[in-house]
Write a protein that binds this ligand. Structure first.
Ligand code: GAR
Length: 194
């Protein structure tokens, strides 16, 4: 049974609350994926502790230890070699992956982004949504292609913007939906691959 599960690598850069939602989803015996390794581009971040608390191998490939993006990406590729990874899940991974990396995993990398793509690609999404006076925002799980925040959408969740919202309040409300969206999206991606 376990052999049929999709092997995930989860890439993080910090807090790891989306990682935790995936760890929790994978605890369900019927869930069609398992996390084989967690990779962080920053040392000593809370997400690494979450991986180790769940007995998942956790690797740090610090981007600052590498002079070029290509060297950094080659180090990540080398780190993944020991795991038979089917799908890479970017979960708050805050480095842009170049075509050098992305093209080696066609249709096998997905990302969660805190906006309703194609609106608000990039960073500081909640600040920009509030500055534009939007009444709705949300989150998107999508396939990763060389153009940033642009691949096919797997799942979106919509979230209302409320009177008096701050970027932090909005981020917290969107994050609750991220934790639902990401496990759903992986299950859908598994079905698409079957
Ligand atoms: C999440 O809100 C995620 O959508 C966002 O970073 C946060 C990570 O939180 N990702 C991006 O902005 C990617 N461009 P987490 O570390 O608690 O999962």
């Amino acid at each position: 049974m376990d052999d049929k599960k999709l092997n995930l690598a989860v890439f993080i850069s910090g807090r790891g609350s989306n990682l935790q939602s995936l760890i929790d989803a994978c605890r369900d015996e019927g869930y069609p994926a398992k996390i084989s390794v967690v990779l962080s581009n920053k040392p000593d971040v809370p997400g690494l502790q979450k991986a180790s608390d769940a007995n998942i191998p956790a690797i740090t490939v610090h981007h600052k230890d590498h002079n070029t993006r290509e060297d950094f990406e080659n180090a990540m590729l080398a780190a993944l070699k020991d795991y038979e990874i089917d799908l890479i899940c970017l979960a708050g991974f805050m480095r842009i992956l170049t075509p050098h990396f992305v093209n080696q995993w066609p249709g096998q990398i997905i990302n969660i982004h805190p906006s309703l793509l194609p609106d608000y690609k990039g960073t500081n999404t909640h600040e920009r949504v509030l500055a534009d006076g939007k009444t709705e925002t949300g989150c998107t799980v999508h396939y990763v292609v060389p153009d940033v925040d642009s691949g096919a959408i797997i799942v979106q969740k919509r979230v209302p913007v409320l009177e008096g919202d701050t970027p932090d309040a909005l981020a917290a409300r969107v994050l609750e939906q991220e934790h639902i969206a990401y496990p759903e999206a992986i299950a859908l991606a598994v079905k698409e691959k079957a």
